[in-house]
Design a protein around this ligand. Structure first.
Ligand SMILES: *[C@@H]1O[C@H](CO)[C@@H](O)[C@H](O)[C@H]1NC(C)=O
Ligand SMILES: *[C@@H]1O[C@H](CO)[C@@H](O)[C@H](O)[C@H]1NC(C)=O
Ligand SMILES: *[C@@H]1O[C@H](CO)[C@@H](O)[C@H](O)[C@H]1NC(C)=O
Ligand SMILES: *[C@@H]1O[C@H](CO)[C@@H](O)[C@H](O)[C@H]1NC(C)=O
Length: 445
């Protein structure tokens, strides 16, 4: 945070050295650094410990006595990435994990019991433990549709079946909600860091959608995408989602590779992208407008389009509740949009450990009204959702109906029992003004 004196000095230097405005502006963008890598690992392992400590009660809730995972290095179970320690990467050799509900520490078994093996020794030991605990229902990750419950590789399944024999294999069950609930449930202490990540994302959009990076008539959407990639490196971030930048037209949807246009005055720009840090991911879509000569703001018709999309966000958050299925939320939203005379589409998804996290989805771009399987799941509390949608709006100046596409990340708010945007939402376009350098603006960090 800049002190008052620093601000006065900055303002003075602005007047004294008119031509250093650009450098000055850069100096005012204060990205809050994330903790050091070592501290991040400490925090993440603390979260992990809390998450893993909930597994026995999660097993009981879902009516199973144990949860078995077996995986080879480079062929990890999907769940591995949500149970590994911060300083671990791929699983070693064959890594077998057995979570259980037995809280007796008589034998000193940890939870999970873990084997790292390349000699076959794991199997007699696993059999001995199973005989000891005698779990009746053992969950394994063999679901055919849900990635978070289907991460057991088929060769690994065969090996397990051969080693354990039919008697034990009869006790194996598929319980998809177990993996889903484990992966998608958030801890309260994660939110503080998720907020910091959202601040960084918004600042990057403020910087990226400015004269600092865009020269209309010269800069391409691809140039800008790669600016974001490089900028993330300097901020010690990675991504799960290459920044996709489009010039919005009637055709530019869903825009999964951007549009590769030269950015021109009068363009409506769009970004869809996320960052990865501290084991969490963001997913955001915002829009920017490139001012024409003499313009000081975006045309009213475009502002109306954004407003319409904002109204859809209100409808979405008002309707969405834990316990409803994704499809129920979708149907109710579409009905309410009809009442309000809004046309558009919704395709929201859980977010967290993964950009597209475990749990109920609310529409897909190609399934606007009903989603089999993933849409039939119930929405879980204590989760983050990426509220992703567009409103159609006719823009008379262009004689075009454009999809106004926005996306914001929301967290479950315990008090109100509804989802709230972590940082807020876009209600104004970023403006790229060729006629002058971007003025000094103050950024909150
Ligand atoms: C990125 O990491 C380097 C090395 O630890 C550090 O000096 C720098 O301040 C970090 N930058 C940000 C914006 O976090
Ligand atoms: C994480 O580290 C702890 C402490 O070293 C260890 O007991 C545990 O087995 C590790 N977890 C996994 C999944 O490897
Ligand atoms: C828990 O495991 C111990 C062995 O460590 C066993 O003696 C005991 O019967 C088990 N308890 C239950 C409820 O299965
Ligand atoms: C607007 O577009 C429609 C078709 O998209 C076309 O039929 C119509 O002539 C256009 N109007 C003008 C004024 O260009």
């Amino acid at each position: 945070m800049l002190s008052l004196i620093t601000w006065i000095l900055l303002l003075l230097s602005c007047n004294l050295f008119k031509y250093s405005a650009s450098a000055l502006r850069e100096a005012t963008i204060q990205y809050k650094p994330l903790p050091s890598l070592r501290e991040q690992a400490r925090i993440r392992d603390h979260w992990l410990k809390e998450r893993i400590s909930r597994i026995p009660s999660l097993l009981k809730k879902h009516g199973v006595d144990a949860w078995l995972m077996s995986q080879r290095e480079h062929a990890e179970d999907t769940i591995w990435w949500s149970i590994k320690n911060a300083t671990d990467y791929d699983a070693h050799r064959r890594t077998v994990l057995l979570f259980h509900t037995n809280e007796s520490t008589l034998e000193g078994y940890p939870n999970p019991i873990k084997w790292v093996d390349n000699t076959g020794q794991v199997w007699p030991e696993l059999l001995r433990v199973l005989k000891d605990f005698n779990p009746r229902r053992i969950a394994i990750n063999i679901d055919q549709n849900i990635a978070f419950a289907g991460g057991l590789h088929v060769g690994e399944y065969d090996t397990t079946a051969q080693a354990l024999g039919p008697e034990w294999m009869q006790r194996m069950v598929n319980v998809p909600l177990l993996g889903i609930e484990y992966v998608t449930t958030k801890l309260e202490t994660q939110l503080e860091y998720y907020r910091d990540m959202q601040d960084i994302v918004w600042l990057m959009m403020e910087e990226g959608f400015s004269r600092h990076t865009i020269n209309p008539g010269v800069t391409t959407t691809e140039d800008l995408s790669w600016w974001y990639r490089e900028k993330m490196l300097t901020l010690n971030l990675t991504t799960w989602n290459h920044p996709r930048i489009s010039v919005l037209t009637e055709e530019s949807f869903p825009g999964w590779s951007g549009t590769d246009d030269i950015i021109q005055e009068g363009d409506l720009l769009h970004i869809d992208w996320g960052i990865t840090a501290m084991g969490m991911n963001t997913d955001t879509q915002h829009m920017a407008y490139v001012l024409r000569d003499g313009e000081t703001d975006a045309p009213d018709s475009l502002k109306q389009g954004l407003k319409k999309a904002n109204r859809m966000q209100d409808i979405h958050l008002d309707i969405m509740r834990a316990g409803m299925t994704g499809n129920e939320v979708l149907e109710n939203c579409l009905a309410q949009m009809k009442v309000q005379g809004i046309e558009g589409q919704i395709y929201s998804h859980p977010i967290g450990d993964w950009g597209h996290d475990a749990g109920a989805v609310i529409g897909f771009t190609n399934m606007p009204e009903h989603v089999p399987i993933l849409g039939e799941l119930a929405i879980l509390p204590d989760t983050y959702y990426s509220i992703e949608l567009y409103a159609y709006h006719f823009v008379p100046e262009r004689n075009e109906t454009i999809r106004f596409r926005i996306e914001e990340n929301a967290h479950w708010d315990k008090e109100t029992e509804r989802w709230k945007f972590v940082k807020g939402r876009q209600e104004k376009f970023y403006l790229i003004d060729k006629s002058k350098d971007t003025p000094l603006w103050k950024v909150q960090v």
